[in-house]
Design a protein around this ligand. Structure first.
Ligand SMILES: [Zn+2]
Length: 343
């Protein structure tokens, strides 16, 4: 039976889409999940912080009430350890301090602040003027208000542009990424975290298995949910042919990658250590990364230990059952023999 076709167009300009659920359809060409009822183009801008969708309420109430996320005050503390250190670690694999970084959708600005501490020259961009001021006051960082296309930035200004949980919000990812590439130096790179829609995911199966990806189906905000194949195609169309997929923090529903027009070469651990240890603040950043590595090591050992305990407990239960079983057998024989001889 032919699949129903929706009257909607994917970022790749294909309009042959098949049903996924009531709110999304899957592009038959590139495999992206396309939101069927996104916000209007007008709702994507923040002109009035008190009433516009991505204004102050989005950060104070919406994310908390709709999705149970902590508010911006808690996030500005938690994200430093829960997200930013991981992002910094991956960035250092490809670029050393003193490189210039632009973060689109920097929220409260903790990643920009951590980059500055590590020795990078970082600038954030955020749509809500209230959030911009929050970042400036909280972390003493440089943040500009608006969308990237509206900023007065010279072409070829940055070594890195970071988009953490931003790509899926863009109404025209080709146009925005094309603009970002102009702002990058020719050998600049993009650092991107975005949800990962895995090929052949079926909505009913996701619901039955209570898959964590379901929490990312937010059609008015997440306009495009890409597969690895789809992001590769998106960037290839823009002449970005070098993509390296890295470990995502929330690997069960996200993907994390760097993308560049030129060959990507990874720095060695020794080179990264030397670059950070060259400055006093770099040493603090290094210390935070060291603590995180230790924490990850301890978590891994704890999980292994719990697994080991569970395996041993299982073996004890099997052995106990075997011993009790053979005892029951012996007792059974004895009572039968006792019954015969006593007659
Ligand atoms: Zn498509």
């Amino acid at each position: 039976m032919p699949l129903p076709i929706k009257a909607k167009t994917c970022w790749c300009s294909n309009s042959r889409l098949k049903d996924f659920n009531q709110e999304y359809a899957e592009c038959l060409s590139c495999g992206t999940l396309v939101a069927l009822k996104p916000l209007s183009d007008d709702q994507l801008f923040v002109r009035n912080d008190d009433s516009d969708f991505y204004g102050k309420k989005y950060w104070l109430d919406h994310q908390k009430e709709e999705f149970g996320y902590p508010d911006i005050y808690a996030r500005s503390r938690n994200d430093l350890t829960e997200r930013n250190l991981h992002w910094l670690k991956i960035l250092l694999k490809y670029r050393f301090p003193l490189s210039s970084v632009l973060e689109l959708g920097c929220a409260h600005g903790s990643f920009v602040a951590l980059l500055e501490l590590a020795g990078f020259s970082a600038l954030g961009v955020e749509m809500s003027p209230w959030v911009v001021e929050f970042g400036q006051k909280t972390f003493g960082i440089s943040v500009q208000a608006g969308v990237v296309e509206s900023l007065n930035i010279l072409p070829g200004s940055f070594d890195v542009i970071a988009l953490m949980d931003v790509l899926e919000h863009l109404p025209d990812p080709i146009a925005t990424m094309s603009h970002c590439l102009k702002l990058l130096k020719p050998d600049g790179l993009l650092l991107i975290q975005t949800p990962q829609f895995k090929e052949r995911m079926d909505y009913d199966e996701l619901v039955q298995s209570k898959n964590a990806f379901l929490s990312l189906l937010i059609p008015d905000e997440h306009l495009f949910l890409f597969t690895k194949h789809a992001v590769t195609e998106l960037f290839q169309r823009l002449g970005v042919n070098h993509l390296c997929f890295e470990q995502a923090i929330f690997a069960h529903y996200d993907m994390f990658f760097v993308a560049s027009r030129t060959h990507l070469e990874a720095n060695t651990t020794e080179q990264i250590d030397a670059a950070l240890m060259a400055t006093p603040n770099g040493r603090f950043a290094q210390a935070l990364l060291d603590i995180r590595e230790r924490e990850l090591g301890l978590t891994k050992r704890l999980l292994e230990s719990e697994q080991d305990c569970a395996t041993r407990l299982e073996q004890i239960e099997i052995l106990t059952e075997t011993i009790l079983g053979s005892k029951r057998k012996k007792l059974g024989k004895y009572s039968f023999f006792h019954k015969l001889t006593s007659q």
